[in-house]
Write a protein of this length. Structure first.
Length: 278
């Protein structure tokens, strides 16, 4: 542990912290807690992480930047080790890193299906590996785990077969883990954002597994990233089980039980006309 670090900090690890929800979460936590906060910022982009860290340090937070590709198990374990070496403990792990995708299954060539597996490696396994490595230390502090899933992890969205699969898997993993950790006093909060207006949505993969450069979802009712993050933080601090962010999401998950066809039409209507199956 660095001698310059106060021992009583609340230490929060955030994956995917170079942009979007992760970067905004770091900024809002730094705004709230200042010098009482230790942030570990992880993502692939060193430049993006340094930008986030600079902002948070300006608000008084102590920051450690750890460039990390969560698709690599050894890097996930190294992230947790570096966090412990620097701060001495971990209070909260935010599993936010992920990649989106938008492609009709019929448009994906057999030779390109490997990116479905790659997406699962990032969105599910990255969260599993980070959580497994951090678990003993979170138990020691009766800490918090946050999993940033998606409404696509509650309701299957056409054109997002790969993405929905990864987010349903993530939801199932963390629901089961929550039950395992009740006696340890570790909370598990699963967040289910809908369409959030960040640049990251344009990095989603297309049928060839390449960055699409655009979003296939209607964005006229998209949520601002600062609002989304505020809801996640409030849920995390209250140790809520779930944070479902939109009215359509809250209603849709229950209608799905009694009238699934209605929910499928709602999901289809969320797509832009040019990407709907014909």
């Amino acid at each position: 542990m660095s001698s310059a670090i106060p021992p009583d900090l609340q230490v929060v690890i955030i994956t995917g912290a170079s942009d979007g929800i992760g970067a905004e979460m770091a900024r809002q936590l730094a705004q709230r807690h200042g010098a009482k906060l230790g942030l570990v910022l992880a993502a692939r982009s060193q430049q993006g992480l340094e930008s986030t860290a600079g902002h948070c340090r300006g608000l008084g937070a102590h920051c450690l930047v750890v460039p990390t590709d969560v698709a690599q198990q050894d890097q996930c374990r190294a992230l947790i080790k570096e966090s412990l070496d620097y701060f001495g403990h971990i209070d909260t792990l935010v599993n936010n890193a992920g990649v989106s995708a938008q492609a009709l299954l019929a448009d994906v060539q057999a030779d390109d299906l490997h990116w479905y597996q790659n997406l699962m490696q990032i969105n599910l396994w990255g969260s599993v590996w980070c959580t497994h490595a951090a678990l003993p230390y979170l138990k020691a502090r009766k800490g918090r785990i946050v999993a940033v899933s998606s409404l696509a992890g509650l309701i299957g969205v056409p054109g997002r077969t790969a993405y929905s699969a990864t987010k349903f898997a993530m939801t199932g993993f963390f629901e089961a883990l929550r039950a395992e950790l009740v006696s340890a006093g570790v909370s598990v909060t699963i967040a289910f954002p809908g369409v959030v207006l960040t640049r990251i949505r344009y990095h989603g993969l297309n049928a060839k597994g390449e960055a699409a450069g655009s979003s296939g979802l209607r964005e006229d009712k998209g949520m601002r990233v600062d609002h989304c993050v505020r809801l996640i933080i409030e849920g995390m601090q209250a140790r809520k089980r779930e944070v479902v962010m939109t009215t359509a999401g809250k209603i849709g998950r229950f209608i799905k039980l009694i009238a699934p066809g209605i929910v499928e039409r709602m999901a289809m209507n969320a797509l832009k006309d040019e990407v709907k199956p014909r």
